[in-house]
Write a protein that binds this ligand. Structure first.
Ligand code: PGA
Length: 250
């Protein structure tokens, strides 16, 4: 049986002092997650990583992006060895906001995922179609391309890889994908992973849904056979709604 996972993606929100105020009560979230056997994660900005790591007892901590090389002349970038010293668990890769605003391609994501696996850190690889592709009935075609380009030929510990299916039209819009769509797409992704790897790798891989997940709808997703949890933006920013998400999930 696969465990369930809820990861809060804080995006470009919370200063260090705002993070300190939040994690003062991190135990409150952990107390909700641990008895439900939910893996809890937070992906704050780089500047807040250390603050969250220092308070985390049962919380995994993720960066929101990494560079694929260990060092070099790449102004403004942060490498995996730098992040590793903070004892974080891994990083998101290929979030749609990075694909849209920073032209991040699935090929680039592939390099980042491989680098994370080489460093024995987790990668949460985000995929999802935009509104035009969804309306044109091309969701599976687009997601398949992202999965194949991002994951084909990876080597190393694939149990460190998690997928987040996040349709772009549902992110931050309040329009969440129905549980039927989310389940169909997560099952499709699992099958694609099986074709690229092995049945047991696919069976054990965690596949999350993300996009306007809220305390009111999380339970529906948790019922999906192929949905192993959620990547949550807006509703993870306030302690109360994050706690409600966890308690409403099961
Ligand atoms: P949202 O963001 O929950 O605010 O829609 C999800 C995400 O971008 O991971």
């Amino acid at each position: 049986m696969r465990p369930k996972m809820i990861v809060g993606n804080w995006k470009m929100n919370k200063t260090i002092s705002e993070t300190k105020a939040f994690v003062k009560n991190l135990r409150f979230l952990e107390k909700a997650a641990v008895p439900r056997e939910i893996i809890l994660g937070i992906a704050p900005s780089y500047l807040s990583l250390e603050t969250v790591v220092n308070k985390a007892k049962f919380t995994r901590v993720y960066a929101q992006n990494v560079h694929d090389l260990d060092h070099g002349a790449f102004t403004g970038e942060v490498s995996i060895p730098m992040l590793k010293e903070l004892k974080i668990n891994g990083s998101l890769v290929g979030h749609s906001e990075r694909r849209i605003y920073d032209n991040e391609t699935s090929e680039k994501c592939h390099l980042k995922i491989q680098a994370l696996l080489d460093h024995k850190l987790e990668a949460i690889y985000c995929v999802g179609e935009n509104l035009a592709d969804y309306e044109a009935g091309k969701s599976k075609e687009v997601v398949k391309q992202q999965i194949v380009a991002g994951l084909k030929g990876l080597s190393g510990p694939l149990d460190l890889l998690t997928i987040a299916y996040e349709p772009v039209w549902s992110i931050g819009t309040g329009v969440n994908a129905s549980k039927e769509i989310a389940e169909e797409m997560c099952a499709f992704i699992r099958n694609e992973i099986k074709l690229l790897t092995t049945p047991s790798v696919a069976e054990n891989m965690l596949i999350l849904y993300g996009g306007s997940v809220k305390p009111e709808n999380i339970h529906d997703y948790f019922l999906g056979e192929n949905i192993d949890g959620a990547l949550v933006g807006g509703a993870s920013l306030k302690l109360e709604s994050f706690e409600e998400l966890i308690t409403n999930s099961y």
